[in-house]
Design a protein around this ligand. Structure first.
Ligand code: ZN
Ligand code: FE
Length: 277
């Protein structure tokens, strides 16, 4: 079953999608039979007080709360219109924020019943002056995250710890059970030539435990092609050795284009699917 499990829409303020319907049509043309529309769920409005760095990074991350109703109406219409050609699953990529678990649980309790699919991702970590973004740009990552943890590898370990925290957190019955791009901390790996960006022994040990826990909780993993096309990454999230390890652990792996643009639909599918069972 050709499935894209991670895609975005014009409801994402930092993407360049003009009309999600064009992406759906492209996916159909590329032979996808299932397509998950997983727009960034709104961030908790009072989280703005917790962030360091530029506030625009936070406010342009996701749709505002008052778009959610319209988002569902719009996507449900597409679901019906294209039902004969493709199975559209509508849901969210939900941010895991350790300090906002209650808000996120309330959000999921309210909208979870309308979700067909979902991804739980970590895009923010405690950093300099507050919460800082993982995937905005290299300089911001250096100033906000690496400066806080001391080295690329220490930041990496902190990221995997937060992924583990996200897996274990109680977000109620509608918590997404697929973890998004678990190696997003590598997005700028090529921008730090003076740093060791490989997985440290501590991270490798943590990942061992993490994969066992993912399997035990029957979660799945997003195998996200976006990193292949980022100039400072050039790798899949997670990289091939981790994909192999996850396969051996028996964790279901789901391809995601993470499309934020029409041209992104189906990107890297052949490369990723060759690594999947
Ligand atoms: Zn996005
Ligand atoms: Fe994401």
């Amino acid at each position: 079953m050709k499935h894209d499990g991670h895609t975005h829409t014009e409801y994402c303020p930092h993407g360049t999608v003009a009309d999600v319907e064009e992406l759906v049509q492209r996916a159909i043309a590329l032979g996808f039979k299932r397509y998950s529309i997983t727009e960034h769920a709104p961030l908790p409005p009072d989280g703005l007080a917790d962030i360091g760095g530029e506030p625009e990074i936070w406010t342009s991350s996701t749709m505002p709360l008052n778009d959610v109703r319209h988002y569902f109406i719009h996507m449900e219409r597409l679901k019906k219109k294209y039902a004969a050609d493709i199975e559209l699953l509508v849901g969210f990529e939900v941010d895991y924020l350790a300090g906002h678990r209650h808000w996120t649980t309330d959000f999921l309790n309210e909208y979870g019943p309308q979700m067909d699919d979902g991804i739980l991702s970590v895009h923010f970590l405690d950093g300099v002056d507050g919460l800082r973004c993982i995937d905005y740009q290299p300089q911001d990552y250096a100033e906000g995250i690496i400066a806080r943890y001391g080295s690329f590898q220490s930041a990496q370990l902190a990221y995997y710890r937060m992924i583990q925290d996200s897996l274990m957190a109680d977000l109620g019955p509608y918590k997404p059970t697929r973890l998004g791009h678990i190696s997003l901390c590598q997005k700028f790996q090529l921008a730090f030539p003076d740093e060791d960006t490989s997985l440290s022994a501590d991270s490798l040990a943590l990942i061992d435990t993490l994969l066992t826990q993912i399997k035990a909780k029957r979660y799945t993993l997003d195998v996200n092609a976006a990193g292949l096309f980022k100039p400072d990454c050039r790798d899949i999230y997670p990289p091939e050795p981790l994909i192999r390890q996850a396969r051996q652990a028996g964790i279901p792996l789901i391809y995601g284009s993470d499309a934020h643009d029409l041209a992104d639909v189906g990107r890297g599918y052949d490369i990723v699917s060759a690594l999947l069972p």
